[in-house]
Design a protein around this ligand. Structure first.
Ligand code: ACM
Ligand code: ZN
Length: 613
């Protein structure tokens, strides 16, 4: 298939004034249309057999459902939504009875387990077996990826035949929790963007949206009983420019929040796509925006509290007194009304103990409860909130630090500091979601920091994310069952606009989605081959993904004071790296990179990836 003729993707970068790197990709295209019927699904299905021939969807094709329920009509409607945009027609939805002889796509409940499905495509029809709505929905997501990538287009595609390759697919998920996080506090994003975010997640069979709603830098959830939280707490007076310690501020107020009506709308939107929204209300730390609105929630050590204007950790945390617990219980009461999710995220990370150490009330409480220290006070705080949340029929999940001072009895752990917290929790038979920051934080660089926009840390490449195995080997087979899934985290310090979020999240989130879903062994080569076709789908969904996939990644290792060793890799399958050492633009005839080599300080490495000339 043909992308843009003579499409050139050229990126210039400079390193330490001496070494500069130039990256280029040339994609050559055939002039004639050749329809690509290869099967290339992300995340990879458990079993897939490609057969001869194709089924063609045309305007006479019928969608047959065995149940004309609102749910099955909605699912069939998603197919019609895509077809009406890209193909210019919609299909009639009929209830099974006398089956059409041919030219139909039938959805049949075959009693499969939740989220599982089977697809059988023959030239006469497509049969989909499912067990529940989620399974039917995931079958449809796979069907979209069996169709030409143009099915994802927002515009009419006149020259496409809507073929589905004949095949047999049998699929079910590896983990029940396949999550993607979004922090809307460091930067606010509107509802329209959140819907698109959920659409893209759902297309990758990601089923948990972890919505980080409260922070030091802004409170984004309307709470009717405490209107100041959004009237005032949504705002910070300005935002740090550049890295968190730059000392430079933009002087521009930043705010935004979600009304309860908007939240309900998004919860329903997500549920219709089999995504559960897990709200995060941070406690006892990362609470400065709330404290700025209601200073009585703090230990009262300062005259004035203000919503944070830079990133980081702040010592102004909730004081564990009765009025604070009343406040939090009121907040959670409204949260329970808005979010049907059984799991509620209570944060728990990065709570400095300085205020509690200096607060006479906190110290008196430690003595009264017979606690050892402020870590046990934190455990008391979390456990007390857990008791309340459990009493309303919900469960808590928190970041690793809720292990400090003892884990609350029923808490689940989101392991971000590394794997140790997750391992410890699983050994104590608490469920765990793995999102170690050096593997799954999407605010980290994905390619060479010198050529990429400012990021938090890293680099954490696509390959690093793909290769991560979330079930630690040290766990026994019994303990391994407590690893319930994975989550990619999108902290938005350096993502002030939607396009930057998408750039950082995709395609790395494709790798996390595949780990969350696919039971099969990892297959990097297969993944990169499938991903290359998948980019066409992301294009159709208008995702501003990063294409570092096509760039040589160049790493310099210090050797002697005057030399460096150069290693290079490129993700794009079949691409070769050619390079020069004199600053000139490499051609396909320039030396080909084969093994690491040494350069001196006066040389300039310029590299380009080439494929098929
Ligand atoms: C975190 O990144 N502080 C959970
Ligand atoms: Zn206190």
């Amino acid at each position: 298939t043909c992308r843009n003729n003579n499409d050139q993707n050229i990126l210039i970068m400079r390193r330490i004034a001496i070494i500069s790197v130039f990256l280029a990709l040339l994609v050559s295209c055939a002039e004639t249309k050749v329809q690509d019927n290869s099967i290339s699904v992300i995340p990879e299905p458990m079993y897939c057999r490609a057969d001869e021939g194709v089924f063609v969807i045309d305007k006479d094709t019928k969608i047959v459902v065995d149940d004309l329920s609102e749910e099955m009509q909605r699912i069939a409607g998603f197919l019609n939504e895509k077809l009406s945009k890209a193909a210019g027609f919609e299909l009639e939805i009929v209830k099974d009875g006398p089956m059409p002889r041919e030219n139909f796509i039938a959805f049949m409940n075959a009693g499969l387990q939740s989220e599982s499905y089977e697809i059988n495509v023959v030239p006469q029809h497509i049969l989909v077996d499912y067990g529940d709505g989620a399974g039917a929905f995931y079958a449809l997501q796979t069907l979209f990826q069996l169709l030409p990538v143009e099915i994802f287009s927002q515009e009419l595609q006149k020259r496409v035949d809507w073929t589905v390759p004949c095949c047999n697919i049998d699929d079910k998920p590896r983990f029940k929790y396949r999550g993607m996080h979004l922090d809307v506090c460091l930067h606010y994003f509107d509802l329209e963007f959140l819907k698109k975010y959920i659409d893209i997640m759902a297309a990758h069979k990601v089923n948990r949206f972890h919505w980080h709603l409260t922070e030091d830098q802004g409170w984004r959830l309307e709470i009717k009983k405490y209107p100041l939280l959004t009237e005032k707490g949504q705002w910070r007076k300005e935002t740090v420019v550049g890295s968190l310690s730059s000392g430079v501020y933009d002087g521009i107020p930043h705010g935004g929040y979600y009304t309860q009506e908007q939240v309900k709308e998004l919860v329903k939107y997500a549920a219709d796509r089999y995504v559960t929204i897990i709200p995060e209300i941070e406690l006892p730390g990362h609470a400065l925006a709330a404290i700025a609105c209601y200073p009585e929630l703090s230990c009262g050590l300062e005259d004035h509290y203000e919503t944070a204007t830079r990133w980081g950790i702040f010592k102004q945390v909730y004081c564990p007194k009765e009025t604070t617990f009343e406040f939090l219980e009121d907040v959670f009461d409204e949260v329970f009304e808005l979010f049907p999710s059984e799991l509620i995220h209570i944060g728990g990370d990065e709570c400095p103990k300085a205020s509690w150490k200096a607060c006479p009330d906190c110290q008196a409480l430690i003595r009264k409860l017979g606690l050892k220290d402020e870590y046990e006070l934190q455990s008391y705080f979390v456990t007390r909130m857990e008791k309340y949340i459990n009493s309303k029929g919900r469960q808590i999940i928190g970041w690793d630090e809720i292990l400090q001072g003892g884990l609350a009895p029923n808490a689940k752990v989101m392991s971000w500091l590394g794997e140790e917290g997750g391992i410890k929790a699983a050994q104590q038979h608490h469920e765990v979601v793995m999102s170690p920051h050096y593997k799954y934080y999407l605010d980290y660089w994905q390619a060479d920091p010198y050529s990429e926009p400012l990021a938090m840390s890293g680099p954490t490449t696509l390959r690093t994310m793909y290769d991560y195995e979330p079930v630690p080997e040290v766990l026994t087979p019994e303990e391994r069952k407590y690893i319930i899934g994975v989550e990619g985290c999108v902290w938005t310090e350096y993502m002030p606009v939607p396009e930057r979020v998408e750039y950082m999240a995709w395609p790395r989130m494709c790798a996390i989605a595949e780990t969350g879903w696919t039971i099969n062994e990892k297959d990097w080569d297969g993944f990169t081959r499938r991903l290359e076709k998948h980019f066409g789908r992301l294009d159709g969904m208008d995702v501003a993904y990063c294409s570092a996939f096509y760039n040589p990644m160049i790493v310099f290792h210090k050797d002697t004071p005057h030399n460096m060793v150069v290693t290079m890799t490129v993700d794009a399958p079949g691409a070769e790296i050619h390079y020069t050492l004199d600053g000139s633009v490499p051609t396909a005839d320039s030396p080909k990179y084969e093994i690491p080599f040494s350069i001196n300080r006066s040389q300039t490495v310029t590299a380009a990836a080439y494929r098929d000339g």
